[in-house]
Design a protein around this ligand. Structure first.
Ligand code: F6R
Length: 607
């Protein structure tokens, strides 16, 4: 969603802000702008569309060594230049960029209108610079704090004033904000991407905190106006990890990175000596873990699909009752939080509002919530009671791929760990561990079907509807395949449990609606083959993702995509790969913007 960048230092701010905005593009946005402090006041440029459009509009030699920038993902008011950030107060001396939603903006706007303020946009944000102006008395930080006292809702903001050169005031409540600590320069960002080309030292703000920064330093104060001392953390992501590396887009790069990213998720966690998994970050004593009687998982989108696989696995392998739920539902349904239940919040970004608020609600009810996150230092990672980092590295494409398989890896590790504390024998632990260690190589082999998948995508990309069908552990993979296709190609697709089609979806089957079946060599295989025959008998084209060498399956379907043979509990890792590639190639065929699909945001920080 929206992104924030700020710079104060000796260099020209414009190129630094534009570089930061470019790196924030992955979050999803529809317009962007910058405001820069110059000797004679603030200069601002805003444009609808891509960062390149803004870049073309910014004078090449634009002066000024401090400023703020923003990518906007429209919530209040249409996608217009007038609604694009930064927003200024009526005098044009104060500029603000804002992520989040000010819930009481209507009342504040009415109050300010009565006081003579003329508004220029339809946004909730524009009340902020005008409130700051109302309280401004020569001290921007004090005026921002006075303005914040009126705001209800969520915000990450950055504010500058024409009369306070080199100064940026930021504040956070529900929308992430962090300081990039440079040498003789300071930066601000909604995430580290905003300033990663300038510094790799970061200080994360907590909710309720305000930061005032100048080129030489920064000062954080909390809700009670007490000053906060916080050391900078090192950003572990390398700049190279956020480049395309010769791939045409990030999504393809990230799909092909999966053998390595899964390897990183497993790295150092396979305990051969004890035939179990080592998860150092759980922060739970062994007796507590042994007594866990239920596992509940909250997540959204692709992370929820990984959680559906994870909870099925926990039940079948570790014999612990487990359930995965949509975070957006959990939060509002007053869930029963039993003692003995362990909760997980699963989130690539660690910033998804639905997941974060659901997690806080569960914690309020007294349960431990562990995080499974990718982004180090993200809000869910910091507020959870422990957890597992999946170490996928930065995932830039909006559609999640490598983070999904790394989340699976985290669940497989946790399952092994819990199972070995219970009834799993050492011999079975060794088998499970060996299969898990072999996953990166199997995924590498699955990726070898790239060209065949591209040809199949070419053949079917003009179809308007698809069914994705799987059973058992592959049912969530069918859901994930359908989601990927929808997200990036805008083709309508539905994921179903294969056994469920006769209860309704089979009515859709016809020559124009292909079905994609996932078929493992497991006890459910014969049942899925029957489901395929039901579809074929009604004239529906069938694409099957199946196990290499399954000639019987290959003979009855229209198109066959092989994955290598493996322990059948591990097929979710390999069978998702052809579905990612299929969605990707369909989207390319249709000329879609694969990395930044319409209407979507990478990090969904509003409800
Ligand atoms: C799908 C996708 C989304 C996210 C969802 C949760 O490709 O990316 O469905 O999975 O918005 O995001 P995180 O995992 O960051 O909480």
């Amino acid at each position: 969603m929206c992104g924030i960048v700020g710079y104060a230092g000796p260099r020209r701010a414009a190129p630094i802000l534009l570089d930061g905005l470019k790196r924030l593009e992955y979050r999803g946005y529809d317009s962007a702008g910058i405001a820069i402090g110059q000797p004679d006041g603030l200069a601002s440029v805003r444009r609808v569309g891509k960062i390149q459009v803004l870049k073309d509009a910014v004078p090449k030699d634009m002066a000024g060594a401090w400023g703020i920038g923003h990518t906007r993902w429209a919530t209040h008011g249409g996608v217009t230049e007038a609604n694009t950030h930064p927003h200024c107060d009526a005098s044009g001396k104060i500029a603000v960029v804002h992520n989040g939603i000010i819930e009481n903006y209507r009342a504040l706007r009415e109050m300010l209108v009565k006081e003579g303020v003329a508004f220029k946009s339809e946004t909730d944000t524009e009340v902020i610079p005008n409130l700051v102006a109302k309280y401004y008395n020569g001290d921007l930080e004090a005026a921002v704090k006075a303005a914040l006292a009126h705001l209800e809702g969520t915000y990450g903001i950055a504010v500058i004033h024409a009369d306070e050169p080199g100064r940026i005031v930021g504040a956070r409540n529900g929308s992430p904000l962090c300081v990039g600590v440079g040498d003789g320069e300071m930066l601000l960002g909604s995430d580290v991407m905003a300033f990663i080309s300038s510094t790799s030292r970061v200080v994360y703000l907590n909710d309720g905190e305000v930061v005032a920064l100048t080129p030489s330093g920064f000062k954080i104060t909390d809700r009670s106006d007490r000053s906060v001392d916080r050391e900078a953390d090192a950003v572990t992501w390398e700049l190279g990890a956020i480049e395309k590396d010769g791939y045409p887009c990030f999504m393809e790069k990230e799909i092909f990175e999966q053998p390595d990213s899964i390897g990183r998720a497993l790295g150092g966690r396979l305990d051969q000596e004890n035939a179990t998994a080592k998860l150092g970050g759980l922060n739970l004593d062994r007796r507590y873990q042994r007594a866990v009687s239920r596992v509940n998982v909250i997540a959204a989108g692709t992370s929820w699909h990984a959680s559906l696989v994870g909870t099925q696995l926990l039940e079948s392998v570790a014999r612990i009752p487990a359930q995965a739920e949509l975070a957006s539902e959990v939060r509002y349904r007053n869930p029963v939080v039993e003692s003995g239940s362990l909760w997980f919040a699963v989130s690539q970004s660690g910033e998804t509002a639905d997941t974060l608020y659901a997690m806080r609600e569960i914690q309020r009810k007294g349960a431990n919530v562990l995080g499974i996150c990718n982004v180090v230092g993200s809000t869910i990672a910091r507020e959870s009671d422990g957890g597992v980092y999946v170490h996928s590295g930065p995932e830039i494409a909006v559609a999640s791929t490598k983070a999904f398989t790394s989340q699976l890896a985290a669940f497989y590790l946790f399952t092994l760990h819990m199972a070995r504390m219970r009834d799993m024998s050492r011999a079975e632990g060794e088998r499970f561990l060996a299969a898990l260690a072999g996953v990166p190589d199997k995924v590498r082999l699955a990726l070898a079907a790239r060209d065949r998948i591209q040809a199949i995508a070419k053949k079917y990309s003009r179809c308007r509807d698809f069914l994705f069908l799987g059973r058992g552990l592959l049912y969530p993979i069918a859901l994930e395949g359908a989601l990927k296709l929808k997200e990036i190609s805008y083709i309508h697709a539905e994921g179903y449990a294969a056994g469920e089609i006769k209860h309704g979806p089979i009515a859709l089957v016809c020559p124009e609606v292909p079905s994609v079946f996932l078929v493992a060599d497991d006890p459910l295989r014969e049942k899925v083959i029957s489901n395929i025959k039901e579809v074929k008998a009604r004239g529906g084209p069938v694409i099957a993702v199946g196990v290499e060498g399954d000639a019987e399956l290959e003979a009855i379907v229209d198109d066959f995509i092989p994955v290598p043979k493996m322990d059948c509990r591990f097929y979710p890792f390999t069978m998702v790969v052809p579905l990612q590639l299929f969605a990707y190639f369909c989207a390319l065929e249709l000329g879609r913007d694969v990395d930044q699909p319409r209407n979507l945001a990478k990090s969904v920080t509003v409800e």
